[in-house]
Design a protein around this ligand. Sequence first.
Ligand SMILES: Cc1ncc(C[n+]2csc(CCOP(=O)(O)OP(=O)(O)O)c2C)c(N)n1
Ligand code: SF4
Ligand SMILES: [Mg+2]
Length: 299
Amino acid sequence: MSDTTSAAPAEKLTKKQLKADHPTWCPACGDFAVLASFFNVVQKLGIPHEKICVVAGIGCSSRFPYFVNAHGIHFIHGRALPLATGISLSRPDLHVFVFGGDGDGFSIGGNHLNHAARKNVNLSYVVMDNFVYGLTKNQTSPTTPLGRKSKTDPRGAIDRPINPMAQLVASGATFIARTHAAQVKHMNAMFERAILHPGFAVVETLSECTMFFPGAFDDGNPRKGGVFDLVNEEEQEMESTSAAMELSQDLSPGKFGVYYETKRDTKNDLERAWLTDAQKTVAGMSEQDILRQRFASMR
Ligand SMILES: Cc1ncc(C[n+]2csc(CCOP(=O)(O)OP(=O)(O)O)c2C)c(N)n1
Ligand code: SF4
Ligand SMILES: [Mg+2]
């Protein structure tokens, strides 16, 4: 997301300082592990407490900001990314994190995901994918497998699920990874790399909804008889979209790891360059005034 090295805090942030309310998730919900991993990585990277900003939409997973003692916003369903984009652009000193579910990110928020990705907004986004709408008690989501019964599909899901990895590659995200909430070390590593990536970094994290879709990710969990099959980064062309697309065709349980990683100008950098340039021609004008004038000229 941005340079963490120049801003090491004087004292290491403790978990006690980072924790806010006691999480209200159901027992053994995968989201607990995601929260713990976030705390670990933020501590490890020494991100200053006052620079952490956590944004979410609506859903069980989107309750995330309540449980983190930092700047945070629990916003409108599916609208976390546009808000986070504004925060990232206007406060480049902050580390902006977005957390949310498959419904929030791929359904109602799917359009925003495409645009935040293509603009390469500088932020880290963790999609806690449980293949279901948990908060609203078991409706089909965009990643629900065909045939799975839910309140909205009592005879089994009939709509083909989306392929999040393929969609992210096509949208232009510059860091795309996939992990499993039961594989803590791997999840930590993916979060760390996403945070350190300059630009739009997404980690699809399979996080089991123990209440409505228990066992959904057992096929990717060796402790449950599944296979945790890693991307071979030695052989993978990390900057090749076609190689990433090919990986994304391996569906169930699919591959885990970084599918794609490249550097491209961020919207943050491009907008800053434009503002700096504009300031040369209108000496004394603040960035805000330049933007206001720009909007006024569009009326
Ligand atoms: C505009 C709007 N539409 C629908 C809802 C109802 N709603 C709340 S959360 C949610 C889906 C949650 O699913 P997901 O994002 O996958 O999160 P999870 O609870 O599974 O973590 C829906 C449909 C809403 N709050 N606002
Ligand atoms: S309903 Fe599912 S996703 Fe929501 S807290 Fe419970 S186990 Fe987690
Ligand atoms: Mg969900």
